[in-house]
Write a protein that binds this ligand. Sequence first.
Ligand code: DO4
Ligand code: MG
Length: 275
Amino acid sequence: MILYRTQDGWIVEEGGRFAALEERSLDALLAREDLQGYLASQLKSGSRAGAIDAKKLLAPVGTQEVWAAGVTYLRSRAARMAESKDAGGGDFYDRVYSAERPELFFKALGQKVVGPGAAVGIRSDATWNVPEPELALAINAAGKIVGYTIGNDMSSRDIEGQNPLYLPQAKVYNRSCALGPGILVTGEALPTETRIAITITRGAETAFAGETNLAQMKRTEQELVEYLYRDQTFATGAFLLTGTGVVPPDSFTLEKGDVIRIAIDGIGELVNEIG
Ligand code: DO4
Ligand code: MG
C-alpha cells in the first residue's frame, strides 16, 4: 500500500485501487495504532478515488522532523575521506563507519521538505554539489518503522570537505531535502536486494547514473532508529534518511536545470529539478 499526499488530501493506493482518506495530516495517520489495518479497510470499503494526478503530489510529510544517517555505505566513507583529507577530516569518517554509534544529523523540518516534481536547491556559496539518493524510514512516535519513502539528501561537498564542523551548512539550507513520491506502508522489512538507483539528466544527456542496493548498507534500520530515539521524543514521529551508497565521480557537480530521478524498488520514483 502506498500513501500519497496530494493537493486534494491523502490517498492510499494498492494494485491500481485508490481510496481518499478522511485524515488530513500525516500526524493523525502516524498516530493510528494499526495504520496498515486502517488503510486496508479504507481500500476495501472507504471512499473510492480516481488515479492520482502526478502534478498534484506533495511531499508526504506533516510536522515530522527529518533526520539523516551518514557514512552507512563503504562508498560514502571513501568519498568523504577523499573530500576532507586536506582538512584532516578523513579519519573522522573512517572511524564513524566502524564505530558502534552511527552518525546522525538533523536535515529538515517537515514544512521545509520539497515534494515530487518541485525544485531542489544548491547553495549560492558552494561549488561542488551532489544529490544523495537514500531510503527514508517513516517512524511513528513509539519508534516503530511503519513505512518507507525515497529521500534526496542534497549536499555541498566542498563545504563539508573544508571542515567536518561545516556539515550542517553543507546539508541544511533552502530546498536541500526532498521526499516522495509516497510512503510504502508495510509491516515487513524491505528485501536486501532492493535497488536504489539514480539518474541525473542534463538536457538530452545522462550526466550521471548509478545504483546500489540495501545489502550494501552497513547498519540495520533498527539500530539507526534506536539511536535516533534514544533520549529524544518525536511526538508526531520522524523520518530518517539512511545514508547514501551512490556518489558521482569527483569531477561531477550539479547545475541548474539538471533533473534528478531516484528510484527505489517497491516505492516508485522521486523526480526533482535543480531550481
Ligand atoms: O558525514 C557526512 C554526511 C554523510 C551522508 O550524508 C551520507 O553518507 O549519506
Ligand atoms: Mg546523505
